[in-house]
Design a protein. Structure first.
Length: 585
């Protein structure tokens, strides 16, 4: 952008009273004290999305100690902390609390520490990406208000949130250490044959169903059963003890409201690291664990559901099954095989959100509807072969059916939020009261066919080549917006929707998506999949390459020309796969 200009205050005074479009003159670089202000995109009118700006503060001015940012992991944690600090300062100092004209906006964050594009720390500077609603009176520029906002308020926000001397040093050090500890524990799970770890003293209950903060009153701290207690090292060499959940099939039982689902939900979120005092800082699950549930009405395209559904009366090929409106059982069967295809090594399930006829089939139904007339093989018959053949463990919450006790390697009972190992008792119960479900475990799970996205077919306005023929994998005919590359980039619409051309992709049933910035990143990754698909590479190969690139080079590789990419957060491979599969193509 060339040498930053230094006459911002003068320009804003001169613009006072002009038509709002004159704000376009602000695009470019400006020097405001020690801060470089980069205006990447100027909003077209007062009612358009706010202007996108970046702020670069030299490392010497910011004064962040090298020991807090000397590694990629530490920069992720420190960037997350500074995102939170900048957001608080912006809300506190912006006119009217930053709710309208004259507001300074930073992405909203939750309890998870994520790799974000909102604050980047490099060798030269700390760079913040935010949005500013430039002040207006009707459709006229309020130049003096803009001058105060950009030359007084904005530097004050920077001073309060980005200069280390004004930060709580102990708080940022704790934030970084909390992240490093969680990552270190997660790295120990597989070598110890564990799928998850819950530290003694963890607080699992949340404030409410709509608030992710910890319950502060009457919460029972977690305590591991003695025979499941393991001790793992932390990043600084100290140790932590808690319950280790081993690989295999784990069933969680207990009465209603005694903490079964609360434990499972903590494990779902345990794929991420949490802020200090969240209560789940050391509730750690393998990063590839996938929560699976039934989703009535979801689209399924070319998915191999044959391990669970076969011999349909219609004769449809269940190794390449498609429907625009899946039933509960079909949707869950597809989600299971798609999760396995994505590389998930842990499935997390709660019977409350599962399709009963996919999970179990009791003795009466087996007698009434003979096996040759029933196309569904229940999950209870496949769960052990899924682990033996594919190394995929399952953690299942159940309170209504005892069928899974026959196939469980470990049974954990929750009683008033206290866990105990009842595996031996469960086996006694299974012997004393034979299951009415009459489980029939399968010897083999079966080999799954991978998706291989086809090259997008050319639209009228581009010269893209069509898809390839041949190949052993199934080719997904997705292309662009009904037969060509989409003219507009995909975009996230909140947490649960991705807009792709004329289609809204519903990802609201993916409980491990926690931040709208992840949804936006997935939207951009879906566009990248379209560009790289050639009908020969598997979806796994494409997604793995894209995610490796993002993790190595940063989220900026997903930037497009509509301003800075400051509202992105790193998603998991599993959610990228899941979003791809939910398109109605």
């Amino acid at each position: 952008m060339g040498t930053p200009r230094t006459d911002l205050a003068h320009v804003l005074k001169r613009l006072d009273g002009n038509s709002y479009g004159a704000y376009k003159q602000l695009k470019g670089g400006w020097r405001v004290g020690d801060v470089e202000l980069l205006v990447d995109r100027v909003q077209s009118d007062p009612y358009a999305p706010p202007s996108m700006v970046r702020l670069r503060v030299p490392r010497k001015v910011a004064g962040v100690p090298e020991q807090l940012v000397e590694s990629a992991a530490k920069r992720i944690a420190a960037g997350d902390f500074l995102t939170r600090a900048f957001g608080r300062a912006a809300r506190n100092l912006s006119p009217d609390g930053g709710k309208g004209s004259g507001g300074i906006f930073m992405v909203r964050v939750g309890q998870e520490i994520l790799q974000r594009s909102s604050v980047l720390i490099d060798d030269d500077a700390v760079e913040v990406r935010c949005e500013i609603a430039l002040p207006a009176a009707g459709r006229r520029i309020k130049g003096r208000a803009a001058e105060r906002l950009l030359t007084e308020v904005l530097p004050s926000v920077v001073d309060r949130s980005l200069l280390f001397r004004n930060l709580d040093a102990a708080a940022i050090e704790l934030h970084v250490r909390t992240y490093l500890d969680a990552e270190h524990v997660r790295s120990q799970l597989a070598p110890h044959g564990l799928v998850a770890f819950i530290a003694d003293g963890a607080v699992l209950p949340r404030a409410s169903g709509h608030r992710d903060e910890p319950l502060t009153s009457h919460a029972v701290p977690f305590e591991s059963p003695e025979n499941l207690r393991v001790t793992l090292p932390l990043s600084d060499g100290t140790e932590v003890s808690g319950m280790g959940i081993p690989e295999g099939v784990t069933v969680i039982v207990g009465g209603g409201y005694h903490g079964k689902s609360t434990l499972l939900q903590a494990l779902e979120r345990g794929v991420y690291d949490h802020v200090s005092r969240d209560g789940r800082e050391l509730v750690i699950t393998r990063a590839d664990a996938m929560a699976v549930r039934a989703e009535d009405g979801r689209a399924v395209t070319g998915t191999d559901v044959s391990p669970f559904i076969n011999n349909l009366p219609t004769g449809a090929d269940t190794k390449r099954f498609s429907t625009t409106n899946a039933s509960g059982s079909t949707s869950q069967a597809a989600s299971i095989t798609e999760a396995v295809e994505s590389g998930a090594k842990v499935l997390l399930m709660d019977e409350d959100t599962c399709a009963t006829n996919l999970m179990v089939r009791d003795q009466r139904m087996r007698a009434l509807v003979p096996g040759e007339r029933e196309p569904i093989t229940p999950f209870v018959d496949r769960v052990q072969s899924l682990y033996r053949d594919n190394g995929v463990s399952t953690v299942l919450v159940t309170g209504g059916s005892g069928a899974f006790l026959d196939v469980a390697d470990l049974v954990i009972a929750m009683d008033s939020y206290r866990a105990s190992d009842v595996t031996d008792r469960a086996r006694q119960v299974s012997a004393e009261f034979p299951s009415g479900e009459q489980t029939q475990p399968t010897e083999k799970f079966g080999e799954l066919r991978e998706h291989a996205p086809a090259a997008a077919t050319p639209s009228k306005n581009d010269g893209a080549r069509g898809g390839h023929g041949g190949g052993s994998r199934d080719r997904d005919r997705r292309g662009g917006d009904r037969g060509g590359f989409r003219e507009k980039p995909a975009r996230g619409r909140g947490l649960g929707t991705i807009q792709r051309g004329r289609e809204d992709v519903d990802v609201s049933s993916l409980p491990q998506l926690v931040d709208p910035s992840q949804t936006e990143a997935i939207a951009r990754l879906l566009d990248q999949i379209d560009r790289e698909a050639d009908g020969r590479q598997s979806l796994n190969q494409i997604v793995d390459r894209l995610m490796t690139r993002v993790e190595r080079d940063g989220l900026d590789v997903l930037a497009h020309h509509r301003g800075h990419p400051g509202h992105l957060a790193l998603p998991r491979r599993q959610e990228v796969h899941a979003a791809y599969h939910r398109e109605r193509r």
